[in-house]
Structure formats: structure tokens, C-alpha cells
Design a binder for this molecule. Structure first.
Ligand code: PMP
Length: 442
């Protein structure tokens, strides 16, 4: 027989077990994330990882040294909280540096805010500006969190794709060949439109938006009184003499734009997670409110080191020794290597004008990994999984950067990251060459 006390215990434990739904509604539909899956696959199978976007080479010495100085120097207060909205030396040099580029006086205390990477800067923007019923225009392909952050804030993402047009003369396609259709873009703006997200240079294509394209976007923003969330994390990574134009510098745009930057991308130190926002106080005051009530402070020592990195770059601006000149020069070379490797095996690359990503067409490899009709999973996703498991080469399917219905249209491309040591890119080339030989030999 069971003792009465045991029965009570059992009944209580059944009653104590939580049964009510716990997930907040705002998380509905955003629980799947391709990064979780692909980062794990790369960790398990890859010999060469050109998937997730981070360099496998170190940050510049001057930056590492600044970090070590901050860590072990006399000023032990650098181990404590600093100003919540940004360590004073960092916001001051950011205001000075970007004020010069934007041609306006920036107040370090009200026009700049430091965040935990550009990611938190984005989060602050969506939380501060977007509410139930608001529409947010997102240009496809897009950095995937724009969609989930819009939804989490209660907004509705409205997608407008860049339309590719193959060059006629048999040349390789460039990210420049992917363009917005002006009429299509204009048709997305309406009374509900609260913001547009612009990402130039664009991850994943590497497109650097031209002045004309930015003017088109700016005119629509002004006409419809819409905010612009301008993700410029790859601002220094532009090639072939191209220029990164800041949309906030166009007429009528400063007042409605939040600029987002990242020391991770700027100084090849993604693990430091130092980012920032810049814009008019009218907008930034709301970002400060979100920041204050979520993260509040960012790591002091990392901010101190980034401040010193910017100080150095301020003094060397435009000079050959500047990291902002050297890094793109080195990356352009790496881009060209990867372009050649891919082109040689028939995985047609789309030559990027900027960023450290490159998208390649896998159509010619379809016979290796046959399509599964009626599968829910886009072809490029299965291709990328097969490739990492069977060839040891990790990349990211382009469909991950598209909204639901468009995933099945843009399903024959994969994205590679080329911010890698020469040896890594050579190892990728070896894999591709061997693969090609296996394909051609009977
Ligand atoms: N925006 C874009 C377009 C990115 O590619 C990334 C990083 N992959 C981020 C923002 C986030 O940057 P951070 O690492 O500084 O948070």
C-alpha cells in the first residue's frame, strides 16, 4: 500500500508542474534560426570554414596592444562600469571621426551611443521605433535578423528584392548587377511604413549602393516621412575604388536616419562585440531608453581599446598606413583569389563590390546533389549541408537571406566568407579542384 504522505507528494508534484504556455506571443514564428544549425554543422564537419562571417586572422597589433594596455595599466577604473551610453573616450572620438566624414558637428553625448555590437544597435532601433501595425521595408537578400527583430517588435516586414540582370558580354556577374526596381520599391511605401532598413555594403551580396540608388531611397523616405535604419557595418570594406556613401549625408536624411557601425567588422575583432549608433538626438534618445532598460553598459576595456584604435585612424586618415586603407586592399586580393578558385571549377561567383562575402551560383553542381521534389527545404540549403558533410567545405545558403516565399526562387546560390588567411583560401581551392577532377573523371 502507498502511504498517504506519498500520495500527497505525488499529487503536489503533478499540480506543481507548470502547464500554462510560457512562450510570449512575440516569439511565434521566429524560433528557427539557420545560424544555430549551420554553425554546428561547420563545427562538426568542416575542414575549411567559409561559412559564418568572421576573420581567421588577428586584429591589427595596435588594437591588441591598446587592449592589453587598458587591461594591465594603472587605471584600474577601466575594470568597472563606465558611462552607460558609451565610454566617454569612445563616443568622443566616434563623434570627431564621423562628424568629419558627415560634415556636421556631432555631440558625443547625444548623437552617439555605444552598443553590444551592431546587433544590439539594431535591436534598440526596432524596439524603439516599431510597434503593432507598423510596416518595415527590407531589401532582399538581407541580414536575417532584420525580419525577426521587426516581428518581435510587433511590426510587419515588407520585402523588396534586388533583381539580378546577367551581364550580356559573358563577363562574371557583379553585385552591381543586382538592382532595385524603382517602381517596385515605391509601391512598398504607404501610410503604415515606419522604416526602411538599408544595408550598404550589403551582406550577403556585397553590393555597394550607388549614389543614384541611395537618392531613390532617400526621396521615398522624405516623401513618406519614413525612418532609415542604415546598417553600415562593412563601411570600410569596399573594393575597386568604389566609394561608400552614407545615406545620412543626403538632403533630408540626417534627421530620419540611425547609422549603425561595428568595431568587430571595422577592426577584425568580431568577438569584442563593440558597436555603435549615430544620429539626431530626437531619435537617439529613444535608443538610449531601450539600451538603459535592457543592456545598460558595455564592456569598458573593449571600448577603451576601440577608442584608441579610432584615435590612431583619425590621425592616419587617408594615409597608406591607415588600417581602413590596408584592410580593404588585403581583402580585395583575397576576394580575387576566391573568385578565381570558384570560376575555375564552374561555381560562378558574383563579384562583390564590398563586404567580405561572396555569393556563388551552384547550378552546375546540381548533378552531384540531386533535387528532392516537394521538399520544404530550399535546394541551396541541402547543397550546403551536403558540401560540408562530404567535402568539408562550409558555406551558407543564400535562401537564408530571403523571406519565406522567395526562398524557393533564390535557391541556387551559396555565400562564402573570404576574410581568411591565405592558407585557408588555398585549402578551399584544393577542395574545389579535387571536387572538379572527381566530377570530370569517369
Ligand atoms: N549587420 C550586418 C549586416 C552583419 O553582417 C552583422 C554581423 N554579421 C551585424 C550587423 C552584427 O554585427 P556585430 O558583430 O557588431 O554585432
Amino acid at each position: 500500500p502507498i502511504a498517504t504522505s506519498e500520495i500527497f507528494k505525488l499529487a503536489f508534484s503533478l499540480q506543481a508542474k507548470m502547464s500554462r504556455p510560457v512562450q510570449a506571443q512575440r516569439l511565434e514564428g521566429i524560433d528557427k534560426n539557420i545560424w544555430v544549425e549551420f554553425v554546428k554543422l561547420a563545427a562538426t564537419y568542416s575542414k575549411v570554414n567559409l561559412g559564418q562571417g568572421f576573420p581567421d586572422f588577428p586584429p591589427p597589433d595596435f588594437l591588441k596592444e591598446a587592449f592589453v594596455r587598458a587591461l594591465s595599466g594603472e587605471n584600474h577604473m577601466l575594470h568597472q562600469y563606465t558611462r552607460a551610453f558609451g565610454h566617454p573616450p569612445l563616443v568622443k572620438i566616434l563623434a570627431q571621426f564621423f562628424g568629419k566624414l558627415l560634415g556636421r558637428d556631432l555631440d558625443p553625448m547625444t548623437n552617439v551611443m555605444v552598443t553590444v555590437g551592431a546587433y544590439q544597435a539594431l535591436f534598440c532601433c526596432f524596439q524603439a521605433f516599431i510597434e503593432e501595425g507598423d510596416e518595415v521595408i527590407i531589401i532582399e537578400p538581407f541580414f536575417d535578423c532584420y525580419e525577426s527583430m521587426t516581428k518581435m517588435a510587433g511590426g510587419t516586414p515588407v520585402f523588396v528584392p534586388l533583381r539580378p540582370k546577367a551581364p550580356k558580354d559573358g563577363k562574371l556577374m557583379s553585385s552591381e548587377d543586382w538592382k532595385l526596381d524603382p517602381a517596385e520599391l515605391a509601391s512598398k511605401f504607404n501610410e503604415q511604413t515606419k522604416a526602411i532598413v538599408l544595408n550598404s555594403p550589403n551582406n550577403p551580396l556585397g553590393k555597394v549602393f550607388s549614389r543614384r540608388e541611395l537618392e531613390l531611397i532617400a526621396d521615398l523616405c522624405v516623401k513618406h516621412d519614413v525612418l532609415c535604419i542604415s546598417d553600415e557595418v562593412y563601411e570600410w570594406l569596399v573594393y575597386d575604388g568604389k566609394e561608400h556613401i552614407r545615406i545620412a549625408s543626403l538632403p533630408g536624411m540626417w534627421d530620419r536616419t540611425v547609422i549603425i557601425g561595428s568595431a568587430g567588422k571595422t577592426f577584425s575583432a568580431t568577438g569584442w562585440k563593440v558597436g555603435w549608433t549615430m544620429g539626431p538626438n530626437r531619435l537617439l534618445q529613444h535608443l538610449r531608453n531601450v539600451h538603459q532598460n535592457s543592456v545598460y553598459h558595455c564592456a569598458t576595456i573593449a571600448q577603451e581599446a576601440v577608442a584608441q584604435g579610432f584615435q590612431r585612424e583619425f590621425e592616419l586618415y587617408g594615409k597608406a598606413d591607415s588600417y581602413f586603407i590596408q584592410l580593404p586592399k588585403e581583402l580585395q586580393q583575397k576576394r580575387d583569389w576566391l573568385v578565381q578558385s570558384l570560376d575555375a571549377v564552374g561555381m560562378k561567383p558574383i563579384v562583390p563590390e564590398g563586404t567580405y562575402f561572396l555569393v556563388a551560383d551552384i547550378s552546375k553542381f546540381k548533378s552531384d546533389i540531386p533535387d528532392v521534389p516537394d521538399s520544404d527545404e530550399p535546394y541551396d540549403s541541402r547543397f550546403a549541408k551536403w558540401m560540408v558533410k562530404n567535402k568539408g567545405l562550409a558555406a551558407i545558403p543564400l535562401s537564408a537571406f530571403y523571406s519565406g516565399p522567395h526562398k524557393s526562387i533564390y535557391n541556387h546560390f551559396i555565400r562564402f566568407c573570404f576574410a581568411k588567411e591565405e592558407a585557408t583560401l588555398k585549402a578551399a581551392n584544393d577542395i574545389l579542384q579535387k571536387w572538379k577532377q572527381e566530377k570530370t573523371s569517369p
